[in-house]
Structure formats: C-alpha cells, structure tokens
Design a protein around this ligand. Structure first.
Ligand code: SF4
Ligand code: SF4
Length: 320
C-alpha cells in the first residue's frame, strides 16, 4: 500500500474548548510536537514519495505560529504543499489575520478547512470566520467550510444563515456530530444522526500517516482513532516512517478491513454473539466499537489471521 502524505496534529493547545472536541483541547493544554522532529519526518515522507501534501491540525496549530510556518516552509522547500485545519480565531482583526495568512501562503499553504458549528461559535464569533473566508479568498487559498450537524439541524442552519453570502463559491462539507471525546459528555444521545449502514460501511482510508500531539503514529485521523490500538503504527521519534508503513502492512486487522469492508467484520461479530446495530454515526464509530472490544478481538483474532493469510495469498497469486 502506497502512502501519499503525512499529517501532524501539532498540539492540543487551542483558543477554544469545544463541548464536542475529540481530543479535549483547550487553552490550558500544552502538548506540542517538536518542530525539528516534524521536519525530520517531512524529509522521510519526501524520500518515500509521500509528497501529496503535509497536513497540519490541532488544537490550533496556528497558536505556535513561528513553528508552524517553519515546518510549512521546510515542506515547501521539498516541493510539498501544506494544508491547515482551523477555527479562524486568528482573523478577529482582518489586517492581522491577513498578514498571518499571507506569510503562511508564502510558506506553502494551499488549502484550509474552517470548522464552524454551534460549539465552535461559543468561542469564535462569526465575524472572525467571515474575515477568514474573505482573507483566504483574496489570497487564493482554497477553503472548505466544515459544518457539523445534529439531529435538530439547528447548528448547520444557523451557521449557513450567519455566513451568507460569504460562503458562496467556497466548498462546504457537512458531517454528523460524532459520539467521541467531549461529545460523549455533552451531547444527548437523541441528537446523533445514525446514517451509516454497518454491513456496507467502508473505511475511508486516505493514505496518510497521522502523528498525534502526544507522539502516537496512526494510519488515520478520525475522531475515534486515538482510542483504537489497531490503527497505531509507531511512536514519533522512535519509529521511522518506513517502519510505520511496514507495521501497517503487517497489520492483519486493517488488511482484512481494507480488503473486505466492515460487512465481513459485522458477520463475524454477530456469529460471536456481539450486538451490531443496523446503523452507526460513521464507520469509524463502528470501527471503535469493534476494535476496542477486547473480548471480541480475542475471539476474532484466529479468524482474522486466517482471512488475512487467504487474502495475502490471493494477492500474491495475482487473483485478488
Ligand atoms: S476548535 Fe477544534 S481543536 Fe479547538 S477545542 Fe474546538 S474542536 Fe477542539
Ligand atoms: S474506519 Fe477505522 S481504520 Fe478506517 S479511518 Fe475510521 S477509525 Fe481509521
């Protein structure tokens, strides 16, 4: 499996402390990835051909502006463009926000995702988001506005209403709120939207290795990933990117998941007496249920190993 990019969850420091944050980020949290190590891993990524992009997120990576800029500049020097996820707090003042973003653009920033919903807007006024949209548009940086939905639909409706007409001509993504992290403590069960069919779900693997702010290396960066041991492939500073990819290739659980989809696992889980709902909020929600269930994993492992062996053999023979 060829990986295309590397992502860094640079810090759990944030300007906000949202009630649905999967990492429980806040202004008080201070974990941060070492920028020299980040640069070293960007170099490794470059040597391995993982040059599609370097993604930066948090927390708010932009709080540690100089470090972020230096990492982006380094990626840029190797021909790798950068992307950033942010809540737009830095654009409260248009001119200051413009200056910051212009510097990041010069450092190689090509795309941003703006997180907008009723939880973020307890900390970030819509004016900042509007400024951030105008700034990115004027600098030619592509943006995606990420809206999080709850069953009552109010969060998305209010955000769209508040941001008209600034959102026009920009990409908008809507996704349901995930029952992960702080959301489990603050959002009522009847507000989650269950629209992902368990039996036909597929892992949205995006060929990117993620490094979490605490140094955990993972094959994905969903809101659930950091609680799922099966997706972990190493430790930042200790595991080379090459070794992390080897660990991924040797991982029978993930190999079977990517080859067969969740249907194979839901059949197995039911046959082992496990309750599987018809629908989940997202496939990563189902992934979390299956692969954090130690009893299921213990009973399922012999079947997973056998299936992985069968699939690898098929692949080796050129018939899979
Ligand atoms: S802005 Fe994002 S990273 Fe910060 S607390 Fe909110 S959800 Fe977490
Ligand atoms: S389904 Fe599992 S392995 Fe796939 S992206 Fe989600 S958490 Fe990661």
């Amino acid at each position: 499996m060829l990986f295309e990019s590397i992502s860094f969850v640079m810090t759990n420091t944030c300007s906000a402390a949202c009630d649905m944050c999967c990492f429980s980020c806040s202004p008080q949290k201070k974990d941060q990835l070492d920028k020299e190590l980040v640069k070293d891993y960007i170099l490794q990524a470059s040597k391995l051909g993982m040059t599609k992009r370097t993604a930066f997120t948090g927390g708010e990576a932009i709080i540690y502006f100089d470090q972020l800029k230096e990492c982006m500049e380094y990626a840029n020097s190797l021909g790798i463009p950068s992307t950033l996820v942010t809540n737009c707090f830095w654009a409260k003042n248009y001119d200051e926000g413009y200056k910051k973003l212009k510097e990041l653009k010069q450092a190689g920033l090509v795309g941003m995702t703006y997180s907008v919903d009723k939880f973020h807007q307890q900390y970030v006024p819509y004016e900042s988001v509007k400024n951030a949209i105008m700034i990115a548009n004027s600098l030619g940086i592509q943006i995606t506005i990420n809206l999080m939905d709850l069953k009552d639909g109010k969060s998305v409706y209010d955000s769209l209403e508040a941001l008209r007409p600034y959102i026009y001509h920009n990409e908008i993504m809507m996704h349901p709120c995930f029952p992960a992290g702080e959301a489990r403590n603050h959002i009522k069960e009847d507000q989650y939207i269950y629209e992902c069919s368990a039996d036909s779900a597929l892992c949205p693997f995006d060929k990117s290795i993620t490094v979490l702010y605490d140094g955990t290396m993972m094959i994905c960066c969903s809101q659930f990933s950091h609680e799922i041991d099966a997706v972990k492939v190493g430790k930042f500073g200790e595991t080379s990117l090459e070794q992390a990819i080897k660990n991924f290739n040797d991982n029978d659980i993930i190999y079977v998941l990517l080859s067969n989809g969740f249907g194979w696992y839901t059949d197995l889980a039911r046959s082992l007496g496990k309750e599987i709902k018809e629908k989940y909020v997202i496939c990563c929600h189902l992934c979390h249920q299956l692969f954090t269930d130690k009893d299921f994993l213990e009973k399922a492992m012999p079947y997973i190993k056998k299936e992985a062996q069968r699939l690898r053999l098929k692949h080796f023979m050129g018939i899979g």
